[in-house]
Design a protein around this ligand. Structure first.
Ligand code: SAM
Length: 268
């Protein structure tokens, strides 16, 4: 990794230059841990992939390295002043909300972000149901959200987010980060995850999301009560074939079993 000034030095220089005050509403907890930054940059070294999108470059903790490592860099930044700053540095910037902009014009296969916590789950769901070119993502989450994303069935963290994310991505942990790794420090612990796109037979991704959502409407209820009445007959048949209890709850089923049930209901 290229030797730059420490993250704290780079942050304080830019804060002074821009007279910037961190905006809580935009989740501006800037990374100041050189160790965590190094872990993210290492994880973002994907062979033959120079096209990269970063959500929220902020004051450049990751950006300074990413633009060296990846020749074709695009930022999505909602903060007008920061967006203008990076444009002035010659970077390609889409100013706007990463949840609202049109991603279909972006061609990168790699997405990296110390995500603002308030949009992190929605960004993952969007990247699951909008089938397009991104193949690898390195993303920072609130630790609880990271645990939900990787959770297995029969655990308290398991839910709709786990099933959807694990259907479309292989997910591994890159590293953890504590409050002192950020400025200003958040009250929560964080975790960085790496996502690799998985091959999947699910073609109607939005339809699958709706199905999984209805399965988890009330996760403690038996599955039969969560699904629409029109699906009951097929559900009961599937339960019989799989030799499961007719009182089975969705939290007992793995992502693979839920996908199998979805195909059984929609294809038969
Ligand atoms: N990458 C920098 C770092 O690691 O220090 C900043 C990360 S900070 C947690 C989140 C960044 O995302 C901020 O720059 C913030 O302005 C930007 N941001 C917040 N909400 C956004 C949204 N909906 N779309 C795009 N950028 C957003």
């Amino acid at each position: 990794m290229k030797n730059l000034k420490s993250a704290r030095e780079r942050l304080s220089e830019r804060i002074q230059f821009l007279h910037h005050e961190a905006k809580k509403s935009l989740g501006q907890n800037f990374l100041v841990s050189d160790h965590v930054i190094q872990k993210i940059i290492e994880a973002a070294k994907v062979t033959n992939e120079n096209n990269l999108i970063e959500i929220g470059p902020g004051l450049g903790a990751l950006t300074d390295f990413l633009v060296i490592q990846h020749t074709n860099y695009t930022a999505i930044e909602m903060d007008h002043k920061l967006s203008e700053y990076w444009k002035d540095q010659g970077l390609s910037v889409v100013e706007g909300d990463a949840l609202k902009i049109d991603w279909s014009n972006l061609t990168a296969k790699l997405l990296v972000s110390n995500l603002p916590y308030q949009i992190s789950s929605s960004i993952v769901i969007d990247r699951c149901i909008q089938p397009f070119q991104i193949e690898t993502m390195i993303l920072m989450f609130q630790k609880e959200v990271a645990q939900r994303l990787r959770a297995k069935q029969q655990t308290p963290e398991y839910g709709m987010l786990s099933v959807i994310a694990q259907e479309f991505w292989d997910i591994e942990t890159v590293c953890d980060a504590g409050p002192k790794d950020f400025d200003p420090p958040p009250k929560i612990a964080s975790r960085v995850l790496k996502f690799k796109a998985r091959a999947t037979d699910v073609t109607d991704r939005a339809g699958y999301l709706l199905f999984v959502k209805s399965c988890f409407q009330q996760r403690r209820r038996i599955l039969k009560s969560n699904l629409p009445a029109a699906m009951t007959e097929k559900l009961m048949k599937w339960i019989e074939i799989k030799k499961l209890s007719d009182k089975v709850r969705v939290e007992e089923l793995s992502p693979v079993q839920i996908r199998d049930l979805y195909f059984f209901i929609t294809r038969n």
